[in-house]
Write a protein that binds this ligand. Structure first.
Ligand SMILES: NC(=O)c1ccc[n+]([C@@H]2O[C@H](COP(=O)([O-])OP(=O)(O)OC[C@H]3O[C@@H](n4cnc5c(N)ncnc54)[C@H](O)[C@@H]3O)[C@@H](O)[C@H]2O)c1
Length: 373
């Protein structure tokens, strides 16, 4: 999966007992630092913790999953907590929660004793279908999203997709926005399957979630095998994230990661159209794939965005430094057609875009009617 090194990913629907056996095999008798999302502790994690406790010492650490908490200080607090309780090099960090818990625990696992075993038990669509299929473990700085971190590989990923069924419906829809991104940017042939799966999330959750899992895996596997650190062709997974991260950060956690990425992809499509890369059909494909996510109307969802604040935030985007640009030039992933990126200097899938053009593209998204809920 990542370069030449494989990571087992066990998943299924209502398969918790079998999954726990694989987790127990992996922790191999050592202590477990069990980093868990508070929303997941009551609903899903307690049986996992109870079962592990019969075999190994388990130290649960509960995280409030709010973006403002995703900081180095929390990684330090949880590392101190672990070491004070006797967690040693033979221990395992288990992360059970969404992408936020995966990143916090992943970074702690990378830093504790310069690297201990990490197991992901993802419980949100973003975590299960996207974040754990990446080596990137990062936290936010005051200046912006995911600016400090490390690459770190888990030993095991295990997910009972029934864990995801307790996500509130609206968050579930925006949560699959990372899949919309993978469809638009990498596997456009999966468009029909994606739209069907999204429509079936309420009525046939097992089939829908398994289909989304496969779309995520199909999109990520070949690129991560060739570019595990996502510094070259796999930068395509940053599609929609330039404006998305800025909106997510500026909203102070009100706008979730998935929704922000969805808006970010629409802005990227409008930028690409303005630059003459993406034709009308390509732009329409964006609105067709994002439409089923039932985002709020853009006029209300984006009315709070202050242009000056957005420009300031874009200036701290974590892709800065890949390309030499002037002040106000922002590196973005753009598509010239679904599944085909615009190739920039050095063969990277990045294009420098003036921030004023990004603001104009945001206005075009705001002005487009008739596709959002
Ligand atoms: N490393 C990567 O490559 C990568 C990729 C994508 C996203 N991310 C990061 O992941 C984070 C977003 O992840 P997310 O969308 O999973 O958000 P999240 O982890 O913040 O969780 C969203 C909400 O869902 C709740 N929740 C979690 N599991 C639940 C369940 N099963 N039932 C009910 N509620 C549940 C949480 O308490 C939280 O309120 C961002 O910080 C983003 O930067 C990282």
């Amino acid at each position: 999966m990542f370069g030449t090194r494989g990571v087992p990913y066990h998943y299924g629907f209502d398969c918790g007992t079998a999954l726990l056996d694989t987790v127990l095999d992996e922790v191999a008798g050592g202590p477990v630092l069990f980093v868990v999302d508070r929303a997941v502790l009551r609903r899903h994690a307690q049986p996992v913790i109870d079962r592990l406790r019969r075999k190994v010492p388990v130290h649960p650490f509960v995280v409030e999953a709010v973006e403002q908490q995703k900081r180095l200080s929390l990684v330090e607090t949880l590392s101190e907590y672990a070491v004070e309780r006797g967690f040693d090099r033979g221990g395992t960090v288990v992360a059970m929660g969404g992408g936020l818990v995966a990143n916090i625990a992943g970074l702690a696992a990378a830093l504790l004793y310069r690297g201990v075993r990490l197991i992901h038990l993802p419980t949100t669509p973003i975590a299960a279908f996207d974040a754990v299929l990446s080596l990137k473990q990062a936290v936010n700085l005051a200046a912006g999203k995911n600016l400090a971190g490390a690459y770190f590989q888990p030993a095991l990923i295990a997910c009972d997709l029934t864990w995801l069924t307790t996500i509130p419906p609206r968050e579930m829809l925006t949560g699959v926005a990372e899949m919309a991104k993978n469809v638009l940017a990498v596997v456009p042939d999966e468009r029909g399957r994606f739209v069907t799966a999204v429509a079936q999330l309420d009525t046939r959750p097992a089939a829908a979630l398994q289909a989304l899992w496969r779309i995520g895996f199909t999109a990520k596997k070949p690129l991560l095998a060739r570019d595990p650190h996502e510094r070259r062709e796999a930068l395509v997974f940053e599609y929609g994230h330039t404006v998305g991260h800025a909106l997510e950060f500026m909203s102070g956690g009100v706008m979730g990661h998935g929704e922000a990425v969805a808006w970010g992809m629409l802005v990227a499509a409008e930028v690409s159209t303005m630059l003459g890369y993406l034709d009308e059909a390509g732009t329409e494909a964006h609105y067709e794939v994002v439409g089923p996510l039932r985002l709020p109307a853009p006029t209300t969802a984006l009315d709070w965005v202050d242009p000056a604040a957005l420009r300031a935030r874009l200036a701290t985007d974590n892709k800065r430094g890949y390309l030499a640009g002037g002040a106000g030039d922002v590196p973005m992933v753009l598509l010239q057609a679904p599944g085909t990126t615009v190739t920039g200097p050095g063969g990277l899938p990045l294009t420098l875009v003036p921030d004023k053009m990004i603001l104009a593209a945001l206005d075009r998204v705001r002005a487009r009617d008739g596709w959002a809920a």
